[in-house]
Design a protein around this ligand. Structure first.
Ligand code: PLP
Length: 443
């Protein structure tokens, strides 16, 4: 099979160990995507599907954006790679400045990474480095949240709270991590937007401070809306409370905005949407519209300054970085994305489309096998009723929907829905209609 003709099943599927996949089941009955344009994908069976989850929340601007392709191509022809240590190239500085104009508060210093996981790992290390620079090496404990997803490296799964991602690796987790409870309460049934109840759950952080000494805690990390676990929206007042408790104890608040960043909530960031500014914020995915891997850690000025001030001029202030930190090709894609955000007024577009999407999403609540629906902005989660074993309903329903022509990701028994921001109302209608068909065929 030539590289131009990847439309059929390869001769062998054996050598590729696929990520987060039922490898044995997939290889017996493969699902290959061969083309993507706008809101549509094509499968190796020649069928068209609508993309209902923007890939993995990462292509809100649609597939095959000419502006991004051209920018990346031009960059590759001019400067394909420059190693990023003790030297640089202009684009990454330009991008950092552009991003700093969007980030709230004084989150003005950008550290570039490879993806969301390396952004979270970097945020953890920067939090430790900051406290050490301030003379507080005792602050090494981290607080994460149940049902949080922060990526797959050891630091990420240690602060994350999705048990299937953790249990095999329990022996190698980071020491000193505690978890506050997740915010999904039984009374939060079919709630679109922020639940009215549950802000008291933030007090779990205060309890951990009492048990371990708030002065020993480096940072608390949460997603403003837990995305991968199926859109767990923070109750009203909850994030404000977390902020207050962090301030009281000198704990850094980290928002993992890998999903919620760049318009998904209807504002640029979850921090803006909920009116709470963290000390550190991570982004990835939509930063490049998903086409070239890139993560970003936005740090408050005072964090950067403290780490800089702790070292003499000429010394490397932070022993951290990646071969692919802010490389030209990723930067070119991200700069093109920034242009599109502005040119197409993307954040307002997402905000304006969100109510229509939410209405469509919640119209599925009459389906017998649907247990619950949650939604906010341009993201939503549909919990399926349990079918013999955890995860079975989600996977079987995903396959039925795939056949019905709608593509998304299922996490456990939750269908993760996050349409592209370029959708028109007719595309939202198509997504909802095909979800209805797929879910009905599954039942
Ligand atoms: N953080 C959050 C909130 C995420 O949703 C994800 C991925 O879905 C990550 C981190 C990890 O990102 P990546 O898969 O790019 O490493």
């Amino acid at each position: 099979m030539s590289s131009e003709n990847r439309t059929s099943v390869p001769n062998s599927l054996n050598e590729h160990w696929m990520p987060f996949t039922s490898n044995k089941d997939f290889k017996a009955n493969p699902r290959l995507i061969t083309e993507a344009k706008g809101v549509y994908l094509k499968t190796h069976h020649g069928k068209t599907q609508i993309d209902a989850s923007s890939g993995l929340f990462c292509n809100p601007l649609g597939h095959g954006r000419r502006e991004i392709t051209e920018a990346v191509t031009k960059q590759l022809e001019t400067l394909d790679y420059a190693q990023p240590f003790q030297q640089g190239f202009g684009g990454s500085f330009e991008l950092a400045t552009k991003i700093s104009k969007h980030t709230p508060g004084d989150l003005n210093k950008m550290f570039f990474t490879i993806c969301g996981s390396t952004a979270v790992e970097t945020a953890i290390k920067i939090a430790v480095a900051y406290h050490r620079a301030k003379g507080h090496a005792e602050r090494f404990r981290f607080v994460g949240r149940e049902r949080g997803y922060h990526g797959m490296n050891i630091g990420c799964i240690s602060v994350g709270g999705m048990v299937n991602n953790i249990k095999t690796f329990a022996s190698v987790l980071m020491p000193g991590v505690q978890h506050i409870r997740h915010t999904h309460l039984p009374e939060h049934k079919f709630v679109s937007g922020q639940p009215e109840t549950g802000d008291y759950l933030a007090n779990d952080l205060e309890t951990i401070c009492q048990n371990f000494g708030g002065e020993n805690i480096a940072a608390c990390i949460v997603e403003p809306i837990a995305g991968s676990t199926g859109t767990l929206v923070p109750p009203k007042g909850y994030l404000q409370k977390l902020r207050e408790i962090c301030d009281k104890h000198g704990i850094l608040l980290i928002f993992d905005e890998v999903i919620t960043g760049w318009g998904r909530t209807g504002s640029k960031f979850g921090a803006d949407e909920f009116g709470v500014t963290p000390d550190i914020m991570t982004m990835a995915k939509a930063t490049t519209n998903g086409v070239v891997p890139m993560g970003v850690v936005a740090c408050s000025d005072y964090i950067y300054d403290a780490v800089m001030d702790a070292s003499p001029t000429g010394a490397v202030e932070l022993f951290h970085g990646y071969t692919y930190s802010g490389i030209p090709v990723a930067v070119a894609a991200a700069l093109a994305v920034q242009d599109i955000f502005e040119k197409d007024d993307i954040f307002n577009r997402a905000k304006n489309l969100a109510p229509y999407f939410q209405k469509g999403l919640f119209s599925l609540q009459d389906l017998e096998s649907v247990d619950n629906i949650r939604g906010y902005g341009m993201m939503g989660g549909i919990d399926m009723k349990l079918n013999t074993k955890p995860g079975k309903a989600g996977y079987e329903c995903f396959k039925a929907c795939y056949e019905a022509g709608v593509n998304f990701k299922a996490t456990g028994d939750c269908l993760i829905i996050a349409p592209q921001f370029i959708c028109e109302e007719k595309h939202i209608d198509e997504i909802i209609e095909k979800l209805r068909t797929g879910i009905t065929n599954y039942q």
